[in-house]
Design a binder for this molecule. Structure first.
Ligand SMILES: *Cc1c(COP(=O)(O)O)cnc(C)c1O
Length: 357
């Protein structure tokens, strides 16, 4: 069924999907073993949501803990091919982690610009450890993106945000993997929407596989923005986007029109989910399926739940939810959801008393 099933799991992503990627004889095949992420069945969560079949694409299992590695390995390979010595990006955290890692791996200089106070701790740690030049601005992601776009125009520095077309090419590989794993397309693909590159990349990927006759149809794309950061849903940019899901705290998505095309061409939708709905889905993913993703990643599952609740879902459908990033990126927000118990004496009877045994 899969045209790649005979190849080793150790084959680099750029090699495995070479025929669908903009790779030439001059493109260096770099890798940190990105991609090839698990697609796991989630029957307990499916029952909870009221859908027949739910699969989770664990993009958290990429080398820097998010799907950004798929696009970054392609963008960095093309930057190297072009002779670039430095790359720059604006980031809500995961793009900077991925850019810094692949830049370190290949000896490029990496500059990252992030909004003050809105980066999850794990992501900040990654950019610093991978040796990026970190700049923190008194502004939000949208302003950071405007700045780095202007910087890359004025200087010989390669922009590796998702406005770099190679990013979307690399990210489309996740759609190929889902088709290869299922031997078909799902009915629905649900995912968070921030800068809107990922929904656009998936749609491009599904269309390509369809055009290559590797699958017989394409899924409906279900994108979800956070209610406080939902410019596409409202049809206008948002100057001060807010949400605890910092990875999708974006008020003016760069791939806005591509995302709208993905929505309309697939017969899908782009809707919004509240922070409370995101947190509930985030906790259910961990507690019902043992899958700890970051808050933004839960927006797809929160969205499926909203559609089912409002009678707009498809109980008989086969859903794939993309879990875009790892839960350990933002442990602080997780711990804040709970009350950590006060210490007890280090004695068996104290333990038994607390456990009512
Ligand atoms: C980047 C990111 C998103 C948003 O993806 P876009 O391509 O910007 O829409 C969602 N979740 C996580 C964890 C991310 O890192």
């Amino acid at each position: 069924m899969s045209h790649v099933s005979s190849l080793s799991r150790d084959v680099p992503l750029l090699e495995r999907y070479r025929q669908f990627l903009p790779i030439t004889d001059q493109t260096p095949i770099i890798t940190l073993h990105e991609g090839n992420t698990p697609l796991i069945n989630a029957p307990r969560l499916a029952a909870n949501l009221g859908v027949r079949e739910l699969w989770l694409k664990l993009e958290s299992m990429n080398p820097t803990g998010s799907f950004k590695d798929r696009g970054m390995v392609m963008a960095i390979a093309k930057a190297l091919e072009a002779g670039s010595k430095a790359v720059v990006c604006a980031s809500t955290g995961n793009t900077s982690a991925a850019a810094a890692a692949y830049a370190a791996r290949t000896g490029l200089e990496c500059i990252v610009v992030v909004p003050a106070g809105k980066i999850a701790l794990g992501k900040l740690a990654q950019a610093l450890m991978y040796g990026a030049k970190l700049l923190v601005i008194e502004g939000n992601f949208d302003q950071a993106l405007d700045m780095v776009r202007a910087l890359a125009e004025a200087h010989p520095i390669t922009l590796v945000n998702s406005v770099n077309p190679y990013r979307l090419e690399g990210q489309a590989t996740a759609a190929y993997e889902i088709c290869d794993a299922l031997g078909d397309v799902p009915d629905y693909l649900a995912l968070p929407v921030g800068n809107a590159g990922n929904i656009s990349a998936y749609w491009m990927g599904f269309q390509r596989y369809h055009a290559a006759h590797l699958v017989e149809s394409a899924p409906k794309m279900l994108g979800f923005q956070a209610s406080g950061s939902a410019p596409i849903v409202h049809g206008a940019p948002i100057a001060h986007p807010e949400t605890l899901a910092t990875a999708i705290r974006i008020g003016n998505p760069a791939s806005w029109q591509l995302a709208v095309n993905a929505r309309d061409e697939s017969g899908g939708l782009i809707d919004h989910v509240s922070d409370d709905e995101i947190v509930a889905a985030w906790r259910d993913l961990a507690a019902l399926e043992g899958v700890f993703c970051e808050p933004a990643s839960a927006a797809g599952v929160a969205g499926i739940r909203k559609l089912m609740r409002e009678g707009r879902g498809d109980a008989g459908g086969r859903y794939v939810a993309v879990l875009t990033g790892h839960g350990l990126k933002d442990p602080q927000l997780a711990v804040e959801q709970f009350t950590v118990p006060a210490p007890i004496p280090a004695e068996l009877d104290a333990l038994e008393r607390v456990l009512n045994l």
